[in-house]
Each structure stands twice: as structure tokens, then as C-alpha cells.
Design a protein around this ligand. Structure first.
Ligand code: SF4
Length: 474
């Protein structure tokens, strides 16, 4: 079994898609590393890229071509300034030259060098092949698969081998939810405490805190930016950003000058049921509007579902606990990451494999469980909340209009967040002994449902809303 760290499940990246943008970007970075390792880099004369299956069918809307160029330029998706992406791509397009790893110029015609091939490769629906011709005439190529959440693998799964080795380091290796509960009982630990012990086998406490703070900072920033940005989202659907107006109405005349003051100010606003619903939706919409405009978000567990976890955590901080602090944020992210990893091990977090249940369903389950621990729930109630949240996302299809991560994606984050809060409350009021469906069963059910779902509903934009609604109708 592979070890999956919280930092595999929650990673900082760029929108709009973890599998179609972040993954291909990282794949291009990885390929360049390999060329350098094999001392082929300086001999490259020309390159081409082929996008297969779902990467081809929704790659334009998900900016896969842009991500590939940014990766080939050797830029880092975590740190590269978002506002400079289009400028960099424009330079490549107009000069018909790409500086591989920002150092070696090669001829590159954007229109013909990146090919969209509708064929699906056997190993995974999101295949990408990089080809190079070397100075001596030799041709080299590598195929990568973007398997969701920004993870990339090659068929021989070298990475998986490393992950398996790492798993043996964990004091509490967990494959199933039942094992997680058994460890919690045996050691008298909460889920977040247990997950922290596993993480400590990989890095120091200071480093864990530093990384979790960085993740929360990006989450908070994406909510803040989304709530303060108006206009139309790119891509041609003419989708108006809604978080701005919603936020304007909700905030009234509160005063603040930065995201931290913003949290304190929101705590002083009216919090009747309708306002709570609107605030949570507003936070989720904000993140996914930032994501849809190629902004920086936390993949949680994917970019399309990046708004659910920040929205539910923010709900805790501004509605439930005005004294909430980094310790709470840390617990929340540790539990959320662990629940996400259970889904990754037992099913999938890739919409190209399992539809939207694998994105919004998983993020909702992660958020529900994490909130339940912060609200004082037992480990059993945490898993019960995660189960309830997923149970009511089973079968959810992926059918983004025009291949853009906008409709239904942005609203779907608001719905996933609200369901997570409700699942938490139901679990807190329930007795896990009475629960008929354990989390492991719902994970298995999700995977069976994923396998039964037709390809039309797996991030291909060939079914559902994507064919009922034309871009010209929008
Ligand atoms: S429909 Fe769901 S799974 Fe598909 S791109 Fe949108 S958010 Fe992701």
C-alpha cells in the first residue's frame, strides 16, 4: 500500500484543474529533469507534446496547453506569479521559440507542437507524451499520466515504489477507515493526533507547521481575492463572478485592510441561518472563481473542488468558534488530508476515473470529517460525517460546459460545503453504533459506481450539461 501524506492531498497549485493543469505542468517539469539526468537536455533540437483522452477532450478549457508550456519553461506552479502566465505563453506563441527550462531555445510552433488526440490510453484516461529529437537524430519520448489531485505517474509507477517504501516509515500505516479507528482506540488518540504522528516520520514538527500555514495562507488568500474581484471569468462562457456581489451585500460596513482583519470583521456580522448559508457559499464561490481564472488555490483534493475545504474551515472560524486559531486549522487540515487519502487508496480522486463524486464528493467528505473533529466529535463520528457527505454525492457526474471548470463546478463547491456542514451536524447528533454504512463501504461503493459510469460523464464534456447547453447559449 502507498503512503499518502497530508501534503500529497493538499498542495498549492494553479487553476483551473489539478489533473488537467497542475498535473501536466508537473509532468513537463519532471520530463525536463529526466532529460537533464540522462544528459540529453543540451542535445534537444525539437520537441512535441501529445495530449490523450480526457486531457485532449477538455484540455483547451482546462488550459492544459498553457500548463504544458509553463512546465516546459521550467517554471514552478507553486511560486510562479500568476499574472505573468499569459505574457509568457504569448512570447512563446509569437516568437515560435520555447526556452526549454528557461535556458535552451528551441523552435516551437504552439499550434502544431501540442497535439490533442481523442484516443484514450489504456493505463489512465489522462495521458500525456513528450517527444524530443536530439542533435544526433535520436528520438526519445516519455508518457506520463495525470491521475488526479496534481499527482503524476508513469506506467512503471516508480513513484508508487517510493510511496510504498515511505509507507513502511509510518508508525500507523492506514489503508482502511477501520484501521484508523483501531489505532485511535489502541493509542487513545484523536484522528488529527494520529495523522500528525505519521507525518512526523516524514518531516519535523516545525516543517509540518510551516507547510500547513502556507496552505492555509493560500486558502485564505483565494477566498479574500475571490470576494474582492469582480468581472467576467475567462473562457467564453460569460460567467459573471458572483462572490464579489454576494460579499458586498453580506459584509455591510465592516472595516478591514487585510485577510486576517477580514476574519475578525466577519465575526461581527449578522449570522442568521440565511446569512450563514450565504457566507459559506460566498467563500466557496470565491475560491473557485479564482481557480477558474487560472489563479492560485490549494488542490483539496483537486482544483475543481478547491473551494469546499476552505469554505467549511472559514465557517468554523467566523461562525462556530471566534477564538479558533492555528491549532484548529492544523487539526482540520490533518483530518481532511487523511480522509482524502482513504478515498485515493480505496477509490479515486480523479474525475476522469470517477466523475464529480471523486472531486466534490471527496472534498465534502474531507471537510465534513474535519469539521466534526473540531466540533468535538469522536473519531467514529468523524468517519460517520465523512460517510454521510459522500453517500449523498454518489453517482455525481462530471460534465463541465465547454470543458471549462465553471459550470457546474463553481456552484458545486458551495453545495459540497453546505452538505459537509450538514453531514457534520447529523453525525454529531447520531450514534455511530446505529450507522448502517461504514465509511469503507461507501468508498467501495463510490469506486464501483465510478467503474460503472460511462466515459461521457468522466471529464470528457461529451455528456450531461456539457451537451445540453452550448457555449453559444451562455
Ligand atoms: S464537474 Fe466536478 S469533477 Fe467535473 S470539472 Fe467540474 S468540479 Fe471537477
Amino acid at each position: 500500500m502507498e503512503s499518502i501524506s497530508v501534503f500529497d492531498m493538499l498542495s498549492i497549485g494553479v487553476g483551473p484543474s489539478s489533473s488537467h493543469t497542475l498535473g501536466p505542468w508537473r509532468a513537463a517539469n519532471t520530463w525536463i529533469d529526466k532529460l537533464q539526468r540522462l544528459e540529453q537536455f543540451t542535445m534537444v533540437d525539437s520537441i512535441s507534446v501529445e495530449l490523450y483522452g480526457s486531457l485532449s477532450l477538455t484540455g483547451k478549457g482546462h488550459a492544459t496547453d498553457v500548463a504544458v508550456i509553463m512546465g516546459l519553461l521550467g517554471t514552478d506552479p507553486v511560486t510562479f506569479p500568476i499574472h505573468e502566465i499569459s505574457h509568457q505563453v504569448e512570447i512563446v506563441k509569437s516568437s515560435k521559440t520555447l526556452h526549454l527550462n528557461s535556458e535552451k531555445p528551441i523552435p516551437f510552433d504552439f499550434e502544431s507542437a501540442i497535439r490533442f488526440n481523442r484516443k484514450f490510453l489504456k493505463f489512465h484516461p489522462n495521458g500525456i507524451t513528450f517527444r524530443a529529437t536530439l542533435r544526433n537524430g535520436k528520438k526519445v519520448s516519455d508518457t506520463y499520466y495525470s491521475i488526479g489531485g496534481g499527482f503524476i505517474v508513469q506506467q512503471e509507477r516508480k513513484r508508487a515504489k517510493r510511496q510504498i517504501e515511505r509507507f513502511s516509515l509510518f508508525p500507523y500505516p492506514v489503508e482502511k477507515a477501520t484501521q484508523l479507528i483501531d489505532y485511535c482506540h489502541a493509542e487513545n488518540l484523536s484522528i488529527s493526533q494520529l495523522v500528525l504522528k505519521n507525518e512526523l516520520s516524514l518531516r519535523t514538527l516545525d516543517r509540518i507547521d510551516e507547510k500547513l500555514k502556507a496552505i492555509w495562507d493560500v486558502m485564505l488568500d483565494s477566498m479574500y481575492v475571490g470576494c474582492h474581484t469582480q468581472g467576467i471569468l475567462p473562457g467564453g462562457l460569460n460567467v459573471r463572478r458572483r462572490a464579489f456581489e454576494s460579499h458586498e451585500k453580506l459584509k455591510g460596513d465592516i472595516a478591514y485592510t487585510n485577510p486576517v482583519e477580514w476574519i475578525k470583521a466577519i465575526r461581527n456580522t449578522e449570522v442568521k441561518f440565511r446569512q450563514i448559508l450565504k457566507w459559506v457559499s460566498c467563500f466557496a464561490l470565491a475560491v473557485n472563481e479564482v481557480n477558474a481564472s487560472l489563479g492560485r488555490v490549494v488542490t483539496a483534493p483537486t482544483n475543481g473542488s478547491a473551494g469546499v475545504i476552505p469554505a467549511v474551515l472559514m465557517y468554523y472560524l467566523v461562525i462556530e468558534n471566534h477564538d479558533g486559531n492555528f491549532d484548529d486549522i492544523k487539526k482540520f487540515l490533518l483530518v481532511a488530508g487523511e480522509i482524502g487519502s482513504l478515498f485515493k487508496k480505496g477509490a479515486t480522486i480523479s474525475a476522469a476515473m470517477g466523475g464529480c463524486q471523486a472531486e466534490i464528493g471527496v472534498s465534502s467528505a474531507m471537510a465534513a470529517g474535519a469539521l466534526t473533529e473540531l466540533m468535538g466529535g469522536t473519531p467514529e463520528q468523524v468517519l460517520m460525517a465523512a460517510e454521510i457527505a459522500m453517500e449523498h454525492h454518489l453517482g455525481l457526474t462530471c460534465d463541465p460546459i465547454a470543458g471549462l471548470v465553471q459550470i457546474p463546478c463553481i456552484e458545486r463547491n458551495a453545495m459540497g460545503a453546505i452538505k459537509a456542514i450538514n453531514a457534520c451536524e447529523m453525525a454529531l447528533d447520531g450514534d455511530p453504533k446505529d450507522a448502517k454504512i461504514p465509511l469503507d463501504k461507501v468508498i467501495a461503493t463510490m469506486w464501483e459506481t465510478a467503474k460503472d459510469m460511462t466515459t461521457k460523464y468522466k471529464e470528457t464534456s461529451e455528456g450531461g450539461l456539457a451537451v445540453q447547453v452550448n457555449i453559444s447559449d451562455c
